[in-house]
Design a binder for this molecule. Structure first.
Ligand SMILES: [Zn+2]
Length: 236
């Protein structure tokens, strides 16, 4: 299992129940969230809002059936083995898995979302641990491995192509810049509204909301609501 986001980890407990000889191999940071999915559920609910109605709560996985991995560990699968490669940009608990026999890399969300119909990669939306530089480092790590095939968590296999990954790196940078600009314009809007509110309050003889800490708190609350609204629909 590449990482403990519900769209990747939610089925693990059900699969373990149906496959009594199976073991889950995952990052040591992801392992506790499989045996106790409380935080996984809360985090997903907070991120997806009303879309939670489409989710099923995960089954806890018995800790005895989880193999916690660190970077460079090998998972032996009989006729082949997988090498675990830490990829913390999308989530600190993310691992990619490299199949040495097939020269294939299972990327989780480290290489974004591949859309086969358009043969392009789209950025994944930002979980709380998103870090642009670390995300770019993960893509550089894939470039240095240059496997024959990439297997995306979303959606399917694609022959490795450094041009395709370069376009993903550009998409990440442009996306972060677009979010930054939206935040700046929203803060300007909030500041303008508060100035108008002050003016009206003065005109009506009421005490204006002049405390800077009060103002900061109101801007922060408004901003948080704005951020939730914008990202709630696209968590991956
Ligand atoms: Zn994810």
């Amino acid at each position: 299992m590449t990482h403990a986001h519900l769209d990747h980890a939610g089925g693990a407990g059900f699969l373990l129940a149906d496959c009594p000889n199976a073991t889950v191999h995952t990052h040591e940071r992801a392992a506790p969230h499989l045996s106790d999915p409380t935080q996984l559920i809360e985090g997903t609910r907070a991120a997806v809002g009303e879309q939670w109605q489409y989710y099923v709560e995960p089954n806890p996985a018995p800790a005895s059936r989880i193999n916690a991995l660190t970077d460079g560990d090998t998972v032996h699968l009989g006729d082949r083995s997988l090498t675990a490669v830490a990829a913390p940009g999308h989530a600190l608990h993310q691992m990619m898995f490299y199949d040495t026999t097939e020269d294939t890399l299972f990327t989780g969300d480290a290489a974004g979302i591949y859309i086969p119909m358009q043969d392009r990669i789209q950025q994944t939306s930002p979980p709380s641990q998103f870090n642009l530089e670390t995300c770019l480092d993960d893509v550089r790590a894939i470039d240095s491995m240059a496997p024959e095939t990439l297997c995306f968590g979303h959606f399917g296999p694609r022959v490795y192509d450094d041009e395709l990954l370069s376009s993903y790196k550009r998409a990440l940078v442009e996306w972060v810049e677009a979010v930054r600009q939206k935040r700046v314009s929203y803060c300007h809007l909030m500041s303008h509204c508060l100035t108008q509110e002050s003016y009206l309050a003065k005109r009506e003889g009421a005490k204006p909301p002049s405390s800077s800490s009060n103002r900061r708190e109101r801007v922060r609350r408004g901003y948080s609501a704005h951020t939730r609204h914008n990202y709630a629909g696209s968590y991956a």
